[in-house]
Write a protein that binds this ligand. Structure first.
Ligand code: NAD
Ligand code: ZN
Length: 336
């Protein structure tokens, strides 16, 4: 899978492509990004527009995409272009990977989170019964096109959302990468192509070593065991939290556990936690949902035989995966 920062490779792909091609958008990317996309990559598209939002990343929305493809008599040689954020590339990738046992798809991410994270790596899927990404397949997009001007219309909270994954990537990479991010004062100016590219390459390198997550790729779950548990508890109780906001809080918990269990440097952890606290609010409802979060942690598909296995850091750039943790250890840190 290749990543490009201009549209020519996609144009060439479309010129060579014999089957039908479809453009999947949600109502926001249809409004804000469709014209920009067409101006860079003109062709006769059949747009499929789905409702935006995590709550629509479900099998019913996926069925609508399958239906639209069927109605348009899309064959096995059809191509689906996913123009949107991580919700759209997750569900669009899943719809494409399963329609007629798999048609090709291309991701054109329009959010920071999708640019640095969700658009690569091949994880596709939908939520089911409040469980995040519990149904899905791993299928790589034919290519990913990064066009940072899409970020101009992205609301600030969604820039912050993507920035959390950039912090995660930096923590997996080097102290220099972390320092570079920690000097940023205003998260709404994160449209820096250089920083974005650095971040996505950290993920790409890790995925290439282990595309099906048998081992080393697990480090990308840094901060996500707790992050997903927060999202689960929020969704179940009608509260709203963005994936990246939950991951930022999950990274704080991970850092605290890393200090206790892995000898991670305490002052470094404090510096990063301070930065996260400055930019990400801890919702007031969170403390009332700890027990529900613990249930979610036990149910998490990454935990086997009821054992909690987490990714922790020995130091920045030195992650260790499958570190066994007890519920008690987690509870203690959550109550700090
Ligand atoms: N597959 C993976 O490896 C992976 C990795 C990380 C996250 N994810 C998933 O990604 C999802 C979150 O992705 P997201 O944060 O991109 O959310 P999203 O796709 O919901 O996008 C956020 C919002 O911004 C709107 N939007 C998108 N681009 C816009 C633009 N350029 N201008 C204006 N509005 C725009 C969308 O319509 C939506 O309302 C979660 O479901 C998460 O599970 C997947
Ligand atoms: Zn994530």
């Amino acid at each position: 899978m290749q990543v490009f920062s201009n549209f020519s490779p996609l144009q060439h792909l479309l010129q060579r492509h014999h089957g039908k091609f479809f453009l999947l958008c949600d109502e926001n990317t249809y409004r804000e990004c469709y014209d920009v996309f067409i101006s860079h990559c003109p062709a006769q598209y059949s747009p499929i527009v789905i409702a935006s939002g995590e709550e629509n990343k479900d099998i019913e929305t996926c069925a609508k995409i399958w239906q639209a493809l069927l109605d348009a008599e899309a064959g096995k040689d059809a191509l689906l272009i996913n123009l949107g954020g991580g919700v759209l590339s997750d569900i669009g990738g899943f719809a494409a990977a399963t329609y007629k046992r798999g048609i090709a798809f291309v991701n054109v991410p329009t959010t920071l989170l999708a640019m640095v994270d969700a658009a690569y790596g091949g994880k596709t899927g939908v939520n089911f019964k409040h469980y995040k990404n519990i149904v899905g397949v791993i299928e790589q997009p034919a290519m990913v096109i990064i066009h940072t001007p899409f970020l101009k219309t992205l609301p600030t909270k969604h820039l912050k959302n993507g920035f959390a994954e950039m912090i995660k990537h930096a923590l997996l990479s080097s102290a220099e990468a972390v320092d570079e991010l920690l000097t940023i004062n205003h998260l709404h100016v994160i449209d820096n192509e250089v920083l974005i590219t650095k971040s996505l390459f950290i993920k790409q390198n890790i995925v290439e070593q282990d595309p099906r997550e048998n081992g080393p790729r697990k480090v990308l779950n840094l901060g996500h065991t707790i992050g997903h548990a927060i999202e689960y508890a929020a969704m179940k109780n009608g509260y709203e939290i963005l994936h990246g906001e939950a991951v930022a809080l999950g990274l704080k918990v991970m850092l605290q556990l890393s200090v206790i269990k892995m000898n991670f440097d305490e002052s470094t952890a404090a510096r990063i936690i301070n930065f996260i606290d400055k930019h990400y609010e801890t919702p007031v409802w969170l403390s009332s949902l700890h027990s529900e979060m613990m249930n979610a942690v036990v149910q998490d598909k990454k935990n086997t035989n009821q054992q909690i296995r987490m990714v922790l850091l020995k130091a920045i750039g030195q992650p260790e995966y499958d570190v066994p943790c007890t519920l008690r250890e987690l509870e203690n840190v959550l109550n700090i």
